[in-house]
Design a protein around this ligand. Structure first.
Ligand code: NI
Length: 135
């Protein structure tokens, strides 16, 4: 049955992620659909800033699994290609497995967006966040 204005989807997620998600959703008083819709909107907003023009300044946060072979050097290689917009970076060893890289950026928004896409899409990146504002 097709309901007008609503699409039903089926997605695959790791069980522990779903458990954590459901607990939080319950705590906030949302239902699962509403929470996924909000997450989708945030995702769209976050990635839509590629359309912005001009200069920006901010930070990129990359949480990743450093036990994924080659990922450390891959992320470093990407950053070397964007030295024109990276002002500095900080590496934090969170635990045996996870590392957090905080990358300060300043410059052309298009370039920052390219950099963000390249970092976020690598296999082994657990979470990616960007906080970039117009300069
Ligand atoms: Ni580390």
């Amino acid at each position: 049955m097709v309901r007008k204005g609503v699409s039903r989807i089926s997605i695959s997620v790791p069980p522990e992620l779903l458990k954590e998600f459901d607990l939080l959703v319950k705590e906030i008083g949302y239902d699962r659909s509403k929470a996924v819709q909000k997450a989708m909107r945030n995702f769209i907003t976050e990635y839509k800033f590629r359309e912005l023009e001009g200069e920006g300044v901010g930070a990129l946060l990359v949480l990743y699994d450093h036990e994924v072979p080659g990922l450390d050097s891959l992320l470093t290689d990407v950053q070397h290609s964007y030295e024109d917009v990276i002002t500095s970076s900080m590496h934090i060893h969170l635990d045996k497995r996870r590392c957090l890289e905080i990358i300060a950026v300043k410059g052309e928004l298009g370039r920052i967006q390219d950099l963000a896409k390249k970092l976020a899409s690598k296999r082994g990146v657990i979470q990616f966040k960007q906080a970039v504002i117009a300069k």
